[in-house]
Design a protein around this ligand. Structure first.
Ligand SMILES: CC(C)(COP(=O)(O)OP(=O)(O)OC[C@H]1O[C@@H](n2cnc3c(N)ncnc32)[C@H](O)[C@@H]1OP(=O)(O)O)[C@@H](O)C(=O)NCCC(=O)NCCS
Length: 412
């Protein structure tokens, strides 16, 4: 009946209606390559829609990711394609779809959910916290010396162009090595590589060149890193737009930056999504050459099972405390938890009745701190975590510490 909302899983036969809804909500053409691609990447048993009569008016989907966390990886629901038609907004459709996606992910035993938010005010109420950040670096490449040889005396490295086609076996292992170094990175399936990273539809170039792939090789010929970029504009105002730079070895990353910053006839390098601790500015004699022109949240993390999430990551120092957690949507998370961290591992149990908490907060802020990118002391300063025992936040921060900042390499 028109006006009556129903919710159900959909399948490939509903793909067109799903695309229409998402396209209208995101202001893109219905036949955009991104939407076309979703038909192939969708896990239809995780794709849930809202209907008003026969009309699909709300869309939501999840990918079965494994997310890199300190010391390893954990199953994580990669929430995506959340959209509600403007004719049906603010009637609780997002709320119903997300609650169902969260319940389904919990039923699958996923301790985490993660997403990229189109706006900062949407997902906190659902228990998601901003857990990783991105820096946009802008470099005036034509205006001075390129980055210095950062690793003097190191092995010689060679950079070569490669075709996109067939590059997956070369790039995949490098990506995995960086995932082992940095929290916040979801797994990529073969399809994801082929249909997203290594595809290059003309309709997605928006006036820029096709994708260029360069690979850095060591003396032994093995690949040590790669960068994918495009160029935009006309000489002498060409901008080199970095799409991805992945290099598990620091000298290989520096060699790629040196290359990217010294291509002839290029005036500017634009690297819109880099980790906050990227060494790029340090490679220049004048570190202001690489300017952070934008800073923002990237991955939002939701702890679906607090105990499994905390016990599923590695810890940097011992600590012992009682944590009082609020969670309006997942009753099993709410309450007082006794957290004992020793030898790099956490043991999390319900706290004995009457235990006084050292820290209390909402689950979203534990999600924000979980990957080690958002210090609890900052959340205390912002009034988002209450510290009942002096020094408790600092102690837990030392245990949460990660050597490399969390980073999510791409929007999903
Ligand atoms: C964002 C969007 C999915 C919200 O869907 P919706 O069905 O209108 O959301 P709901 O009715 O379930 O809203 C639940 C609550 O969140 C709030 N909320 C929803 N969207 C919000 C926004 N963009 N900013 C701030 N608050 C928002 C609502 O006001 C409501 O609060 P209340 O319970 O206090 O009244 C929808 O507006 C949309 O499709 N936007 C364009 C596409 C988009 O940005 N998608 C998200 C991709 S990450």
């Amino acid at each position: 009946m028109p006006g009556e909302l129903t919710f159900r899983r959909i399948d490939a036969s509903d793909a067109e209606a799903f695309q229409r809804c998402a396209a209208i909500a995101f202001h893109t053409p219905c036949d955009s390559p991104q939407l076309e691609r979703f038909r192939h990447l969708a896990e239809w048993d995780r794709t849930l829609a809202a209907f008003d009569g026969d009309e699909l008016v709300g869309s939501s989907a999840a990918y079965s990711h494994k997310l890199s966390v300190p010391g390893g990886e954990l199953p994580s629901a990669g929430i995506t394609w959340i959209a509600v038609l403007p004719t049906h907004r603010r009637r609780g459709i997002l709320t119903r779809m997300l609650d169902e996606q969260i319940a389904a992910a919990r039923a699958r035993g996923e301790p985490l959910a993660a997403l990229w938010a189109s706006e900062g005010a949407i997902y906190g109420r659902f228990g998601f916290g901003p857990a990783a950040s991105r820096a946009r670096f802008t470099v005036a490449t034509g205006a001075g010396a390129p980055p210095r040889e950062a690793h003097a005396g190191a092995r010689p490295l060679r950079i070569r162009f490669h075709e996109l086609a067939g590059a997956r076996p070369l790039l995949g292992p490098l990506f995995e090595r960086v995932r082992a170094q940095r929290p916040g990175m979801p797994t990529r399936t073969d399809d994801w590589w082929d249909r997203r990273v290594l595809t290059d539809a003309a309709a997605e170039r928006d006036g820029a060149t096709d994708k260029r792939l360069v690979v850095v090789h060591g003396d032994d010929g093995a690949a040590d890193g790669y960068a994918i970029y495009r160029e935009r504009g006309e000489e002498p105002a060409v901008t080199l737009e970095l799409l991805e730079l992945i290099a598990p070895a620091d000298d290989a990353a520096a060699a790629l930056w040196r290359f990217l910053c010294s291509v002839d006839l290029v005036a500017r390098l634009d690297a819109p999504n880099r980790p906050l601790d990227d060494p790029l500015p340090l490679l220049f004699a004048d570190l202001r050459r690489a300017r952070v022109s934008e800073l923002g949240d990237s991955l939002w993390v939701r702890l679906l099972d607090v105990r499994a999430a905390l016990e599923g990551r590695a810890w940097a120092a011992d600590a012992r405390l009682t944590l009082a957690l609020r969670d309006d949507r997942i009753a099993q998370n709410a309450g007082s938890w006794s957290v004992e961290i020793a030898g790099g591992a956490a043991r999390v149990r319900p706290a004995p009745p009457g235990s006084a908490p050292d820290l209390s907060t909402d689950v979203r802020w534990l999600g924000a701190a979980y990957l080690g990118g958002t210090p609890l002391t900052r959340l205390v300063a912002g009034g988002l975590v209450e510290e009942h025992t002096s020094g408790a936040a600092e102690r837990l921060d030392v245990a949460l510490h990660v050597p490399r900042a969390p980073w999510a390499p791409e929007v999903f």
